[in-house]
Ligand binder design. Structure first.
Ligand SMILES: Cc1ncc(COP(=O)(O)O)c(C=O)c1O
Length: 455
């Protein structure tokens, strides 16, 4: 009998799967769970234990697990046309591009499909650089300005744009042409903490860096409307509007990375809607299919798209080919997923239950809670050893708390392996179908986890 049929899945995993962000030495003593089934907000392990998945996988199962209508749409598509590349076209990709254009802010209508958030971000950078050269002949606009603590992906360009040194330092040298400014962080603000109100000086940093670098060298700025995996930092009021003004002033493209914030996560269909700001390029993934299949999109405005049209110069086109981008089955999954999302208006539940969850968390009395912040069903809880000095809670205690919460039946996330000394934010990003009762379960498990911390 072959090894695969005699070994358990866990044995095979420990022997052969190379997990990212996981230290394999000693893994056998605290092995990963084998997740076998999902239904609604819950996943089940091989021992039949149920967990409320307060991370929706990795910020992505927006409509929840077990939606048979997505599975059926994919099965039907696979039976009819399993695959064809977008060297020509097919119904699911065309329908989905049209559907996205109808949902996105008016004018964002040109969709380039790929397979992951990282690829969507790489595509945005390449579009921005080529746009810079074609829209500004004689200039060399290639620099991209991003923010510390932000996450944009694992591929070389997206990783370089990521403002988390612990995710990058082993792989240096990184891609050239990327710069970083500080994120908005009212709890640890570098700029206006002592002022009576927020001055948006952190947004003005983009203006300063563009001018200092030479505006003819800057192609684009990239931000998440709410920094997600880096520790949940929502754009303060007026921030994205200020950024839009700065980008317009210098004709620098504004890329909004909505890989997490898209499709209802923050209580609106897209994160940019809170500010009424339209980016020049938007990146989408995760919630586009609720992760039932891999798919991503980079969406550009007419102005960006038009810079790639030329009657005379064939090289003006966007030169990029992807085998799987816009895969018919993934597009069929996305169409069925968007049908559910819009029929059930899940961004409204995200706003409603997100506000309730935030309120319940803020009412918790624990000496370890330094700051609680979020938007919709995207919430961060920053833990400190001492509220006065805001000293971050130690790594070992963070690990213990997260483990205790899991033992209490709730999966939550954390901004681990991001920036030195500040991996102290617990992260909640549950499916958008979360009920008030399920929000209570999350709060209860967090209370248990925090109560177990030794002083
Ligand atoms: C904001 C943001 N952009 C890009 C990515 C990269 O997406 P993927 O993991 O699908 O490559 C992520 C992943 O978490 C993300 O949070």
């Amino acid at each position: 009998m072959s090894k695969t049929t005699t070994s358990t899945n866990l044995e095979l995993d420990l022997e052969h799967i190379w997990h990212g962000n996981l230290q394999h030495r000693g893994l056998a003593e605290k092995p990963p769970l084998e997740i076998v089934r999902g239904e609604g907000c819950y996943v089940y392990d091989a021992d039949g234990r149920r967990y409320l998945d307060a991370m929706a996988g990795l910020f992505c199962v927006n409509v929840g697990y077990g939606r048979q209508e997505i599975a059926a749409a994919v099965a039907e598509q696979m039976g009819q046309l399993a695959y064809y590349p977008l060297t020509h076209t097919h119904r699911p990709a065309a329908q989905l591009a049209g559907r996205l254009a109808g949902l996105l802010p008016v004018g964002l209508g040109h969709v380039f499909f790929s397979n992951s958030g990282s690829e969507a971000v790489e595509t945005a950078f390449k579009m921005a650089r080529q746009y810079g050269r074609q829209a500004h002949p004689g200039q060399n606009r290639y620099k991209i300005i991003a923010r510390h603590r932000a996450y944009h992906g694992f591929t070389l360009g997206a990783m370089t744009a990521t403002g988390q040194i612990l995710r990058k330092q082993a792989f240096e040298p990184l891609a050239p042409g990327f710069l970083h400014v500080p994120p908005p962080d009212p709890y640890r603000c570098l700029f206006c903490r002592r002022e009576p109100g927020c001055t948006l000086a952190c947004a003005d940093e983009f203006d300063r860096v563009i001018r200092m670098e030479g505006l003819e060298t800057v192609a684009a700025v990239i931000v998440e409307p709410v920094i997600g995996g880096g520790g949940i930092f929502p754009a303060p009021e007026g921030y994205l509007e200020r950024l839009r003004e700065i980008c317009d002033r210098y004709d620098v493209l504004l890329i909004l990375d909505e890989v997490i914030t898209g499709f209802g996560r923050t209580g609106r269909l897209f994160g940019c809607e809170h500010a009424g700001v339209r980016p020049d390029i938007m990146t989408l993934a995760k919630g586009i299919t609720s992760a039932y299949l891999p798919l991503a999109a980079t969406v550009a405005t007419d102005r960006v798209f038009k810079a790639f049209q030329s009657e005379t110069d064939d090289r003006a086109k966007f030169i990029q080919v992807t085998t799987f981008g816009g895969h018919p089955s993934s597009c069929a999954a996305a169409l069925a997923n968007l049908e559910i999302l819009t029929r059930e208006r899940l961004w409204e539940n995200s706003a409603r239950v997100g506000a309730y969850l935030l309120e319940r968390l803020r009412a918790l009395e624990s000496p370890w809670i330094g700051d609680i912040r979020g938007r919709g069903l995207l919430i961060g809880i920053e833990l400190v050893a001492d509220r006065e000095s805001r000293t971050p809670l130690a790594e070992a205690q963070m690990v213990r708390i997260q483990r205790a919460i899991r033992d209490a039946g709730v999966m939550i996330g954390r901004n681990n392996d991001t920036v030195p000394g500040l991996c102290n934010v617990l992260i909640l990003s549950p499916p958008l179908i979360l009920s008030h009762e399920q929000a209570d379960l999350i709060v209860g498990a967090i209370e248990i986890g925090l109560a177990g911390v030794a002083g």
